[in-house]
Ligand binder design. Sequence first.
Ligand SMILES: Cc1ncc(COP(=O)(O)O)c(C=O)c1O
Length: 381
Amino acid sequence: MLSPRLEENKWDLPHSYGSMYGVEEAQAMLEVLNEWAPTNNKRVREYESRFSTFVGASYGVATNSWGGAAHLVAIMMDIKEGDEIIVPAMAMSATANIFVREGAKIVFAESNPRTFNIDVEKLEEKITSKTKAIIIVHMCGQPCDMDPIVDIARRHGLLLVQDAAHAPGAMYKGKGLGEFGDYVIYSFHQAKNICTLGEGGMVVTNNKEWAEKLKKLRGHGAGLYIGVSNRMTEIQAAVGLVQLDRIKTHTETRRRLSYYINEFIRDIDGLSTPYEISDVYHVYHLYNLLVDEKRLGMTKNELMRYLWKKRRIMAISYYPTVNCLPPYKELGHGEGECPITEEMAARAIALPMSPRYTEADIEEMVTGIRDVVNMRKKGLI
Ligand SMILES: Cc1ncc(COP(=O)(O)O)c(C=O)c1O
């Protein structure tokens, strides 16, 4: 691997990133440099074809980022004043941002505190005569419960958009996520499971006409539409093609390491391991824990602080609920809108997770967590 492993910073943030490149990526990049490094050419087409097949969809449109792809989708939606889009409160700000910019009103829905994914039981009550679309997020890499979600979207005639930024290669009941819904959007940002040199994204769909229009919108609208400039470069696609060869092995490593962490953490009173619904292939972009402050004897912020101070383990507070972020408060959202999700977000942390790690690393990390918990129990910290 060319991406270096720095032993002394093993648990710091860049190490829990996806970005893992080898000589194959470097070789692929050199080939593109020799061709003057153009944008949006034969490798982009090949990457679109191979990636969309990998996730179970017919067509792919590669872009500069998830946000760039979502912008194309938002333009396709032709959002009018008053149109509502349902978004789970447990999401990234990006999941909602571009749709707000295009004029939509966001209606936040509760997420399930066990899976972190949209709570199907509480989804339908959010639908009104103004609802245009439902956006779901496969949080941490675990697929949402697709059958009831697809059923709700169909019954109400709503567009279904999947935010699969965390979930390349995830499967629901043996099917790729690209087999469901209208649009599925992926990110190849530096932290993701597949990386295309820091940025990148793709929207996949099974609708040929939509795919063709999305491609035009991506390149200024090709004189036919008012488009944007959200293309992927050839050098990114060349790297993406190599990353696609690695993804299965990397995902298996993420899964193996996650189940290994579960074994060690399960008996620490006050920490809940990730919950998987049945018949899904979870790709563990993030390994999320829930902290029970009373049983653990400290808050999640204290746990994060001591893990860093005492063992140099960088746990992250993923994610604050989108409705509570300042720009959303300015739009009239805020605390109390999705109380179950807000309570869950206040207890959620993500441990370092990357295919860089080995079982020995995991044992070291979990020992660090146990040490901190025991130090607290003994009143040493
Ligand atoms: C759930 C989710 N959606 C969307 C995005 C945005 O991806 P990008 O940075 O490629 O636009 C991210 C990235 O962090 C994400 O985690």
